[in-house]
Design a protein around this ligand. Structure first.
Ligand code: ADP
Length: 209
């Protein structure tokens, strides 16, 4: 197996690229999904979050009110660091488990490439864990426009999230492949196809060593 990290700023087109890798038969691990799992009711991370932020961050059914917590941490750096301290190690541990079980199962066709779709790969210093790092880039203004249009996110929220993420330059510094997503979807797919072909060549070369 060949472990590929896929990252990019919010709205860069990272998830769209991940879907294209999946269409090629890659196993794709969605870190956003894992991040949601570790704060489900009954998980120790949710209890720690309540101890830190109070019961106000819970909905009536006891699940996490994500928009409410997001509002707190996007305006308070100490709160954000505490949130990260509570959740990041648990997300990392669970991702490691998933990778391990994918490697052991070997049941996904084409799973010699495992693509880890990780919004904060650079921010959490994890680039070194991957054999290749693919970065999807797009201009800030196109990203804001796509997110406001497609997810209905208020523009101010999008900009607040953008401010705490790494810059494209920081991501580029650890990238083995850079995808420019300022064009249309066809251009994004063509680039993913090319990167996928190159990664397969690298993976085969590595396994032949
Ligand atoms: P990310 O996962 O990086 O936050 P997404 O892949 O979800 O970003 O893309 C954000 C939105 O922009 C989605 O609605 C997606 O369909 C759209 N999008 C992505 N790339 C393009 C593109 N090249 N042209 C037009 N829309 C795009």
């Amino acid at each position: 197996m060949y472990l590929v990290g896929l990252t990019g700023g919010i709205g860069s087109g990272k998830s769209t690229a991940a879907q294209r890798f999946a269409a090629h038969g890659c196993a794709v691990l969605d870190i956003d999904g894992v991040a949601r799992e570790v704060v489900q009711p009954g998980e120790p991370a949710l209890e720690e979050l309540v101890a830190r932020f109070g019961r106000d961050i819970l909905l009536a059914d006891g699940s996490l009110d994500r928009p409410k917590l997001a509002e707190v941490v996007f305006h308070d750096d100490d709160a954000r660091l505490d949130l990260e301290r509570i959740t990041h190690p648990r997300v990392a541990a669970r991702v490691a488990e998933r990778i391990q079980s994918l490697v052991q199962s070997q049941e996904v066709p084409g799973a010699q490439l495992i693509v880890v779709d990780h919004p904060l790969l650079v921010e959490t210093g994890q680039a070194v864990r991957f054999e290749a790092v693919v970065v999807v880039e797009a201009d800030i203004e196109s990203r804001v426009r796509r997110l406001v249009e497609s997810r209905g996110m208020p523009e101010e929220d999008v900009r607040a999230r953008l401010r705490i993420q790494s810059s494209d330059e920081e991501r580029r510094a650890v990238a083995t492949h850079v995808i420019d997503n300022n064009g249309d979807l066809a251009s994004l797919y063509t680039q993913v196809d090319e990167v996928h072909a190159d990664l397969l060549t690298r993976a085969r070369a590595t396994s032949a060593d």
